[in-house]
Design a protein around this ligand. Structure first.
Ligand SMILES: [Zn+2]
Length: 254
């Protein structure tokens, strides 16, 4: 049952046809791990806290830098130097006192991922480096935990929903195999326009809400956003037989 306070707080989404107290309770009973509280993690976490995800685990070992403030919309100038996950946690708790927030103020490692994925319904990959992306993807594949991964650079963004509970679901390594190596460009070298992160981070939050409330989400599709053209494109992603996500290879991870 939702309390009167919760009924009021979530009234605008409870008004939506097909979104009932059952869906709201599904959000309330959910635990979501957000890895990276930067440009993507900020908007994603704000929307998920607002929507009433019952337990949010925020992981980020970085401290706020003045160059983050152009796009990391939770943080203020006087918070420069403080840990991102800690400050985001305080902000989100003020936004919604009804939810539980847990902070991991260090770079999440394989051991922590294995520990937390036992109690997490969904992971948002809002990280900014390939090593973390691979570690999250591998942990999600081996724990059969859904993963929503986002990325952005310059005026472009991309989104991928992975659901290892479904046998046919491809994974991040199907899209970007380890053999490809580190991409030549990233936010630090090529830059990124703030609102692009807002678009992709918001899409990650939306897909999370859909996934947790059993609304349709599309696996095996790469969604690319071209901010200059204002257009989305969708590409099919094939599950690769030699990838870690194929059943025969899965045992190697465990
Ligand atoms: Zn794969």
């Amino acid at each position: 049952m939702l309390s009167a306070n919760e009924q009021l707080r979530y009234s605008r989404q409870l008004l939506i046809k097909g979104f009932t107290e059952t869906q709201q309770l599904a959000l309330k009973n959910a635990t979501v791990l957000i890895v990276g509280l930067g440009g993507l993690g900020n908007p994603a976490a704000l929307y998920l806290a607002g929507a009433g995800i019952g337990r949010l685990i925020l992981a980020d070992g970085d401290n706020i830098d003045v160059s983050n403030l152009q796009r990391q919309i939770i943080f203020h100038t006087e918070q420069v130097g403080e840990n991102k996950a800690t400050i985001a946690g305080q902000h989100l708790q003020q936004l919604n006192p009804e939810i539980d927030i847990e902070v991991i103020d260090e770079m999440i490692d394989q051991e922590q991922l294995d520990y937390y994925l036992n109690e997490v319904d969904l992971v948002l990959d809002c990280s900014d480096n390939l090593a973390t992306r691979y570690a999250i993807n591998e942990a999600c594949v081996s724990h059969k935990t859904p993963l929503i991964t986002g990325a952005a650079i310059r005026f472009e963004g991309q989104l991928l929903v992975i659901d290892p509970r479904q046998e046919t679901s491809a994974c991040y390594q199907c899209f970007y195999p380890k053999t490809k190596g580190e991409p030549a460009l990233n936010c630090e070298t090529a830059g990124v326009m703030g609102p692009i992160l807002g678009v992709i981070g918001s899409m990650q939050a939306l897909e999370a809400i859909k996934l947790l409330t059993n609304k349709t989400t599309s696996i095996n599709k790469i969604k690319m956003f071209d901010g200059l053209a204002g257009q989305w494109q969708e590409f099919n992603l094939i599950k690769r037989a030699e990838c870690i996500c194929s059943d025969t290879n899965l045992t190697k991870l465990v």
